[in-house]
Design a protein around this ligand. Structure first.
Ligand code: CEZ
Length: 792
């Protein structure tokens, strides 16, 4: 059902029905697009806030992409109806809206192109989608081929959803000079002051064709008629009616009547996207279809090549080879792509949550450290002189803090040293600590070093008399909004995470030659760990927090939400848990939270509102933060397992994050192994039927952490002040593995082998055994061949 292409660059699904939500995504700096195997699409572009150009048939509330996005017959999509003009049989590609089962079907998700191959009655249709590299624009290629031995007369009808554009004004018509359908609308508004903004919006949607159609339809009701979307009335006629839409739901349908000889094939190309005015559309037509370069290629062709390069810039800087080929395939091709998407687009928001922005740039440190460096500086410019970090980072001059960023969270400071550590590991660029940066509320620039000291101090002062960190209306967990809104509640996780942040910061201080500050924060870490042990240890695991009314929660006496994963993993990282506690935690997590799809975020999932915890408990049990296998939290736990050298546990959980490789698992999760979703349904012990289903959301901090787990943990090839330190933690059933890594301008080929005759790890560089386990004095441009021998 699901297979990998020979060149490993794409994943192929051979049925439109077994995994109906299977999807792939493409993006550029201005838009993202998620398309599923059946032809439904969710597309957004930035102007600067996210907007649509292909809408549902009803008024849509402004919202982000939904988990487990439900699709319905009139869901926005990109379809091609195919009619046999002799037999009058009707099909559609990729599968919707006609839902006729093709004789052959392939959904091919590639890195920079998503395509389909469908064959009906010996008519083969290939559809492929890529994006412009630098503007919000879909580029489609459709080829129709007669696979039979006789002449065929067919019509094809590309039908791209326009939908309900606006209650103020919407219309559509064919423009002959553009060879396209142009739909206009006005984004609804009420305040006259908004007019200045509204008039600049790209409120038009167009579908341009490189060939003139024989007929067209810009009016949805006329097109669909009484036949319905599965069998539109307009397709019963020889020609479409060339209607327009005048405050009627617009459509973008074109008809091409073809006579194809045996084996003959014809190609069509389309541009679909938003625009502000007709001149803009005319210019796009000219740029993509008319003008050619010296080599005779038009803009469409060169844009496709440029888009391939754009996506290629996100290729990983490491390639692994292990006994688990499907794991390698995912890590080598898809994981860095997902990290790059996050780092490059900031999840298509103009005010990313601070913790997301920092973690996404932790990931970007592996792929494009220059971008990451700038991001850390941008974030610190928005810090308050008190050390507090804002809830979101403003990335556009017209942006403001919206939605979740208006809810006060208290964890943002901890991410500074934690994410910066990866940047330093990769680059050794300690000069970033000396950069002078002002504060949001104080123009006096101080060093990045001083900024982070203030952030750490802020964590030390926003604590209660016991030394536990206030939570206000959230920490890492957004919907944990009612634990501390009265000002007293504290976060157990955040207290432990602060201890870890102090420990990491102490390490950075040490490496930066500031032993005095290092010592201070090492002591703070120790003390904070002691506080956690005094107030939060519940006998077998750590509690999640203490509410405004002084109720300890996330403990064995709770009926729901007894155990939360985050305090457990982070206590392994911070050092709060000694060996005895570690063993108890590992056992509890395995017993209460582990499932075939990974570890759950909490258990048992809440089935009713708990008013002193918050809206988290109102999410459906087993979905998102309410007990799903929330991969971001699961990745923290895996990272923690590597910190305490639990390599078998760590790898087992790492593997569970990626759908497959067996077909039953893929089908059950419903997702292709082309990204890690933000969650798989949990509540495995309560609702086993739905457990394991993918959320299909590709926005998640997980990707960066998984990459870090592989580099710092599994392969143990982490950068340090001195060079590349080697400490692999292969699962015990692996005899060998290798990694090719670009690091600080040098190439590393590292082979790891188990040997029965050795007792301790030995590291050889170019056949010379080295003292210690760090390859030091690395020269850019050099190649290093490293052999690591591990005991059995
Ligand atoms: O968003 C994520 C946030 O982007 O939830 C994480 C948090 O750490 C990330 O910063 C855990 O809460 O508001 C909600 O209830 C949503 O659940 C969002 O918080 C959540 C979505 O899953 C994003 O896709």
């Amino acid at each position: 059902m699901v297979e990998t292409a020979k060149d490993e660059q794409s994943i192929i699904l051979n049925s439109p029905v077994v995994m109906p939500k299977a999807s792939g995504f493409l993006w550029n700096d201005h838009m993202m697009m998620d398309v599923n195997c059946r032809g439904y699409a969710v597309a957004q572009f930035m102007q600067p806030e996210p907007a649509k150009y292909s809408y549902a048939p009803n008024m849509e509330m402004k919202t982000f992409m939904q988990p487990e996005q439900p699709y319905f017959a009139h869901h926005p999509g990109r379809f091609v109806y195919i009619k046999d003009e002799e037999s009058k049989k009707l099909f559609s590609a990729p599968y919707e809206p006609v839902r006729a089962m093709p004789d052959q079907y392939q959904f091919i998700v590639g890195q920079h192109e998503i395509s389909w191959k469908v064959v009906f009655d010996e008519v083969e249709l290939n559809m492929s989608l890529s994006l412009s590299p630098d503007e919000p624009l879909e580029m489609w290629k459709v080829t129709v081929k007669n696979n039979s031995h006789k002449q065929r007369k067919i019509s094809i009808y590309p039908s791209f959803t326009i939908g309900y554009m606006s209650w103020m004004n919407q219309a559509g018509q064919y423009e002959a000079d553009l060879q396209g359908i142009v739909c206009t609308s006005i984004t609804p508004y009420q305040k006259y002051k908004d007019y200045e903004k509204i008039k600049k919006l790209k409120d038009m949607t167009f579908l341009l064709s490189d060939k003139a159609p024989h007929s067209w339809e810009a009016n949805w009701e006329v097109f669909e008629g009484e036949g319905g979307i599965h069998n539109p009335s307009a397709l019963a006629n020889d020609m479409l009616s060339n209607s327009d839409a005048r405050y009627e739901t617009p459509a973008a349908v074109m008809q091409f009547r073809l006579t194809l000889e045996a084996e003959e094939e014809q190609q069509f190309r389309f541009l679909f996207g938003p625009a502000n005015n007709k001149q803009e559309i005319a210019a796009l037509r000219d740029k993509y279809f008319v003008q050619t370069n010296a080599a005779g290629e038009d803009g469409f062709t060169t844009a496709q090549q440029a888009y391939q390069q754009y996506i290629g810039r996100g290729a990983g800087r490491m390639t692994i080879q292990t006994p688990d080929a499907s794991f390698d395939q995912f890590v080598n091709h898809w994981l860095p792509r997902q990290i790059y998407y996050h780092g490059q687009t900031n999840r298509l928001t103009t005010d990313p949550q601070t913790r997301n922005y920092l973690q996404d740039n932790m990931g970007m440190s592996y792929i494009d450290p220059t971008t990451a460096r700038q991001a850390f500086l941008t974030a610190l410019q928005q810090q308050a002189a008190s050390g507090a970090m804002p809830d979101g980072i403003i990335l556009h001059k017209d942006a403001e803090l919206k939605y979740i960023n208006q809810v006060p969270h208290t964890d943002h400071c901890i991410w500074l040293p934690i994410c910066l550590m990866t940047y330093l590991d990769e680059t050794n660029d300690y000069s970033i600590l000396d950069e002078m940066v002002p504060f949001q509320d104080d123009p006096t620039a101080v060093s990045v070093f001083e900024h982070i000291v203030r952030a750490m101090n802020w964590l030390l002062t926003t604590r209660d008399e016991r030394g536990l960190n206030y939570i206000e209306q959230g920490d890492w967990c957004d919907p944990m909004n009612m634990v501390g809104y009265k000002g007293k509640g504290v976060s157990g996780w955040l207290t432990i995470a602060s201890a870890y942040a102090f420990k990491v910061w102490a390490q950075i201080c040490e490496d930066a030659g500031r032993a005095d500050v290092a010592e201070r924060f090492r002591a703070e870490a120790e003390q904070t760990n002691a506080i956690a042990n005094k107030y939060l240890w519940d006998g077998n695991w750590y509690a999640r927090g203490i509410t405004d009314d002084n109720v300890l929660f996330g403990v064995h006496t709770d009926e729901e939400g007894k155990i939360y994963i985050n305090p457990q993993g982070w206590s392994l990282m911070s050092g709060a848990a000694d060996e005895e506690k570690q063993a108890k935690i590992l056992r509890a997590v395995e017993e209460l939270l582990e499932t075939p799809y990974g570890v759950e975020k909490l258990a048992p999932a809440f089935t009713k509102m708990r008013e002193d915890v918050g809206r988290l408990t109102q999410k459906h049990p087993g979905s998102a933060e309410n007990g799903a296998v929330y991969n971001h939290a699961a990745a923290f736990y895996i990272f923690a397992l590597y910190q305490v050298e639990q390599q078998d546990h760590a790898y087992r959980l790492l593997r569970k994050m990626i759908p497959g490789p067996d077909q039953a698992d893929l089908i059950h999760r419903g997702q292709l192994p082309v990204f890690i979703p933000n969650y798989y349904r949990g509540a495995y012990r309560q609702i086993p039927r739905t457990a394991g289903r993918s959320s299909h959301l590709f926005n998640t901090g997980t990707a960066a952490w998984v990459y870090r787990c592989i580099i710092d943990g599994l392969f143990g090839v982490r950068g340090s002040k001195e060079g590349l330190s080697i400490a692999p933690q292969l699962p015990s059933h692996w005899q060998t593995a290798s990694i090719h890594r670009q690091f600080r301008g040098a190439e590393f080929h590292i082979v790891i082998e188990r040997h029965a005759d050795i007792k301790e790890m030995a590291v050889y560089v170019d056949d010379q055994i080295i003292e210690g386990h760090t390859v030091s004095n690395i020269q850019a441009g050099e190649t290093y061949n490293v052999l690591v021998k591990l005991p059995q």
